[in-house]
Design a protein around this ligand. Structure first.
Ligand code: PRP
Ligand code: ZN
Length: 290
């Protein structure tokens, strides 16, 4: 496929829901690429890696066969493919679910009501499994796009499709009956043997991703405070380590620096202010290795 067989090869989705966030993630860990436009294979300028931009449905198989060592893809796609790959980690974006939905006006309220009916889906494997597990007999009709229109066209009685915001279901007068699978973007790795130098590249790659993910979960906080309130303020701070306390030129005043979890940021800030802290500054952290 390519002369340079020694580069680590990563499959990502070409022009889809996950592409933008995946590329941002790669950029955020310091990887620089030339233009992606109309390219299938894109080389990285400063890391021994190249990206293969393909249809998301093809990613699990490319990784399974070792054409790419790694792949960024929705867990829904991996699960449906039954590809022999290892999921290394969830990425926290691209959250969605595979759900069974029926027309609001159908009167169907439980999965059992669907016995003997037709289900339109782009996920026939997962859908069949789900019904079989509950011993309900249905006919799956495989459609590759615009599944939500199938009941209106009387091609199917219900659908099994990806739901993210729920907007598509609503627009088409459908309601969710049951979730088959929860999903998010994940990083998958081939189970084929990987040469040592590529293993080293993957190790470094994962380290960087980990540091970035950790950094995004945290914020750096700085504030000034009267010396006698330090103990109280430090009790409020949900820090990873003991906060840094620095003397200020002004008598009886100190600066406190610490790292706090991003999700607690508003709550903590208000408490600190009430406890006497002033000049509170909160900064994003670019990378963090703990
Ligand atoms: C999925 C799914 C729905 C839509 C649901 O398609 O097939 O059409 O997203 O999202 P919502 O709940 O936010 O309205 P997607 O855009 O992933 O395209 P694809 O099925 O062609 O991959
Ligand atoms: Zn797709």
């Amino acid at each position: 496929m390519d002369q340079n067989d020694s580069s680590l090869r990563i499959a990502i989705q070409k022009g889809g829901r996950l592409s933008e966030k995946t590329l941002l993630l790669l950029e955020n860990i310091g990887l620089e690429f030339d233009s992606y436009k109309n390219r299938i294979l894109v080389r990285c300028r400063n890391y021994d890696v190249e990206l293969l931009l393909i249809r998301d449905d093809d990613i699990p198989e490319y990784v399974q066969d070792g054409i790419c060592e790694l792949g960024f893809v929705g867990h829904n796609v991996t699960a449906e493919s039954k590809a022999d790959v290892t999921s290394l980690r969830g990425l926290g974006f691209g959250k969605c679910r595979l759900s069974i939905a029926v027309p609001k006006t159908s009167g169907i309220t439980s999965l059992k009501d669907l016995d003997g009916s037709r289900i339109a889906t782009s996920y026939p494997v997962l859908t069949r499994e789900h019904f079989e597990r509950q011993d309900i007999h249905v006919k799956t009709i495989e459609i590759s796009g615009a599944v939500e229109i199938a009941p209106t066209l009387n091609v199917a009685d219900a659908i099994s499709d990806i739901v993210s915001t729920g907007g598509t279901l609503k627009t088409n007068g459908l309601v969710e009956l049951e979730t088959i699978l929860e999903s998010q973007a994940e990083l998958i790795q081939t189970n084929r043997p990987i040469p040592q130098h590529k293993k080293d590249l993957i190790h470094k790659f994962l380290m960087r991703m980990g540091a970035r993910q950790q950094a995004e979960k945290s914020r750096y906080i700085m504030m000034n405070a009267p010396s006698d309130s330090v103990k109280h303020l430090c009790d409020i701070l949900p820090s990873l380590k003991s906060p840094t306390v620095l003397p200020l030129a002004e008598n009886d005043m100190v600066a406190i620096h610490s790292v706090i979890p991003t999700h607690q940021f508003w709550e903590v800030m208000e408490e600190l202010k009430n406890a006497g802290a002033t000049g509170i500054v909160i900064l994003p952290i670019e990378n963090m290795i703990v």
